[in-house]
Design a protein around this ligand. Structure first.
Ligand SMILES: Nc1ncnc2c1ncn2[C@@H]1O[C@H](COP(=O)(O)OP(=O)(O)OC[C@H]2O[C@H](OP(=O)(O)O)[C@H](O)[C@@H]2O)[C@@H](O)[C@H]1O
Length: 242
């Protein structure tokens, strides 16, 4: 990560007991809660929570999800198991369809679509890469690859998942202290949904600001000239994915 990145993150991170509430405050979308820095998401400080967009099929098979699977295999098992539980025990939710003027939730979706899963740091993952990261899965599309949801549907699900994340963060300090664990210090992400899911970053940033989550967003830069550029990630063939 660049020096600039470290400095900017330090300015946003806070150890106060109110940090999670600050992370989830709801102000107008004119206020930016997104702090963007060139750098590698996986260099985020210990204790941070890394957010990424996931499908509901239990597969981290391509793009940054594949990198998550390699770095955090124990977290991957928890994510996969979560998906399999819903596959075997179907349940539905009603989420807001942002394509409609009516803001009342009206879109019926199958869980875990439109929800967020917060995975605490796993000891075996820590031993692997010496990073104590929480992992936050936003269930943004039912499927992946050529069967991924439409852009508008991914936006709807991401919005619902961010709201669900915000709700969970509000109660997390009490719940995790009972379990004897720490809580996430700050939120970090890549420009999620903008690679394989192909949603314009402006749309996702607007969702984050609307929900009012403080997120430190890292975007890759090329080592040769250190200019921020999106990384082109190869998609493995379907047979390579599992
Ligand atoms: N180390 C790093 N630090 C900082 N930024 C990094 C980075 N590495 C990559 N980026 C950037 O992170 C953005 C999103 O990168 P992605 O295209 O991977 O993700 P997405 O959120 O669009 O899509 C999710 C679905 O893709 C996956 O694969 P499958 O479903 O299995 O097919 C999942 O499972 C989901 O379903 C792009 O801007 C990349 O430049």
């Amino acid at each position: 990560m660049s020096d600039t990145g470290d400095n900017q993150v330090a300015a946003v991170g806070t150890d106060s007991d109110e940090s999670l509430i600050l992370m989830t405050s709801s102000l107008s979308t004119a206020v930016s809660f997104v702090q963007e820095t060139p750098g590698d998401l996986f260099d985020a400080p210990n204790g941070g929570a890394l957010i990424h967009a996931c499908n509901c099929e239990g597969v981290w098979g391509a793009g940054i999800a594949r990198a998550f699977r390699e770095r955090y295999p124990a977290a991957y098992k928890i994510y996969r198991n979560h998906c399999l539980i819903y596959r075997d025990n179907p349940a539905t939710d009603i989420i807001t369809d942002l394509r409609n003027e009516d803001t009342q939730p009206s879109l019926v979706v199958q869980r875990p679509l439109g929800t967020a899963l917060i995975i605490p740091p796993q000891q075996s993952d820590f031993l692997l890469h010496r990073r104590r990261h929480w992992i936050i899965c936003l269930f943004a599309s039912k499927n992946y690859g050529s069967r991924m949801d439409s852009e508008d549907m991914i936006v709807n699900s991401t919005f619902a998942a961010l709201k669900h994340l915000s709700e969970q963060l509000r109660v997390l300090p009490r719940e995790v202290s009972e379990a004897g664990n720490e809580r996430p210090q700050s939120l970090y992400s890549s420009r999620f949904c903008t690679g394989l899911f192909n949603v314009p970053w402006e749309r996702i940033r607007k969702l984050i600001n609307t929900v009012g989550l403080h997120v430190n967003v890292y975007h890759p830069f090329e080592a040769s000239n250190r200019r921020a550029r999106p990384v082109r990630m190869e998609r493995p063939s379907e047979t390579e994915r599992d």
